[in-house]
Design a protein around this ligand. Structure first.
Ligand code: FES
Length: 77
């Protein structure tokens, strides 16, 4: 990834992993505190946004996709 670039990775049957400097705003335009949501992995720091609709901590992924049996693994053409 280029410095400052935002990258979104679609996870198999799971969340969107968002790498890079982002601000997530609620429906009123207020920013979320991403401190607890930001984690590091081999690609850098990231947050995970829910893609399945089952999270109790929307818009963030809380791993509910596992219990809900969410299935979606789209691939770029
Ligand atoms: S994608 Fe993880 S809870 Fe929805």
């Amino acid at each position: 990834m280029e410095p400052g670039q935002v990258e979104i990775h679609v996870r198999p049957d799971g969340s969107y992993k968002v790498y890079g400097p982002v601000v997530v705003r609620d429906v009123d335009g207020n920013p979320y505190d991403l401190g607890e949501e930001t984690k590091a992995d081999q690609l850098g720091t990231r947050i995970k946004l829910c893609r399945c609709g089952a999270s109790a901590t929307m818009p963030f992924c809380d791993e509910s996709h596992v219990a809900s049996g969410f299935v979606s693994s789209p691939r770029a053409p």
